[in-house]
Write a protein that binds this ligand. Structure first.
Ligand code: SF4
Ligand code: SF4
Length: 184
C-alpha cells in the first residue's frame, strides 16, 4: 500500500470529504419548488396555452372569424365554424386540439385584430383523463385568457400586445361595500 493511501485511510479522508459535500448541500438554498403552490417563472417569450380574448365587461368578442389562424396552423389543430357574413361575421364555434398543437405561435402571428383575438398564455399544464379533455372549445379558451389576466405572475404576451392593461381598464369596478345600518 502506498504511503499517501495509508495516510488517507488513517484520517478517514473519503468519509470526511463525502460528509463535507453533504453538509454543504444542507445549507444551500433548495432548488425544488412546492408545486403547484409555487411555479417556475416562465421565460419572457414563453408560449403556453392559447386563449381567446374578449371584452370582459360587455362580453364582446375580438375574434372576427376570418379563419387566418385556422389556415396558418401547420398541424390543422384549429377548427372554426363561422356565422353571418360581412362585418357581422364571427366564430360561432372555435376548437383547439391540444393533442396536436406544437405551440409554434403562427396562429397568433396571423391574427389581424387589435388587440389579438388569440394569444399565448403562461399556462402549460396540458393534462386530461380523456382525449376529449384536450380539445378546448370557445368558452374554455376564453377561460384560459381570463385566468391569465387574473394570474399574479408574469404575462409577457399580454404585456406585448397591451392586452392586460386594456382588459383591466374594461373590468367593472369592484362594488363598494354596503354601509352598515345605523344601530337603533
Ligand atoms: S400554436 Fe401553432 S400548432 Fe398550435 S394552434 Fe397555433 S398555429 Fe397551430
Ligand atoms: S382568432 Fe384571429 S385569426 Fe383566428 S379567426 Fe379569430 S380574428 Fe381570425
Amino acid at each position: 500500500m502506498e504511503f499517501s493511501t495509508a495516510v488517507k485511510r488513517f484520517f478517514l479522508y473519503d468519509i470526511v470529504r463525502g460528509l463535507t459535500i453533504t453538509l454543504r448541500h444542507l445549507v444551500k438554498k433548495p432548488v425544488t419548488l412546492q408545486y403547484p403552490d409555487e411555479r417556475w417563472e416562465t421565460a419572457e417569450r414563453f408560449r403556453g396555452f392559447l386563449g381567446l380574448t374578449r371584452n370582459f365587461q360587455t362580453g364582446e368578442e375580438n375574434c372576427i372569424g376570418c379563419l387566418n389562424c385556422e389556415k396558418a396552423c401547420p398541424v390543422d389543430c384549429i377548427t372554426i365554424v363561422t356565422a353571418d357574413k360581412g362585418r357581422a361575421m364571427h366564430a360561432k364555434e372555435f376548437y383547439i386540439d391540444y393533442m396536436r398543437c406544437m405551440y409554434c405561435g403562427l396562429c397568433v402571428e396571423s391574427c389581424p385584430t387589435t388587440p389579438k383575438s388569440i394569444v399565448h398564455t403562461n399556462q402549460y399544464e396540458t393534462t386530461g383523463y380523456f382525449r376529449d379533455d384536450l380539445v378546448y372549445e370557445k368558452e374554455r379558451l376564453y377561460d384560459v385568457w381570463e385566468k391569465e389576466v387574473n394570474f399574479d405572475g408574469p404575462r409577457p404576451w399580454g404585456k406585448l400586445f397591451g392586452l392586460r392593461d386594456r382588459e383591466n381598464e374594461r373590468r367593472p369596478a369592484e362594488p363598494e361595500p354596503e354601509a352598515a345600518a345605523p344601530s337603533e
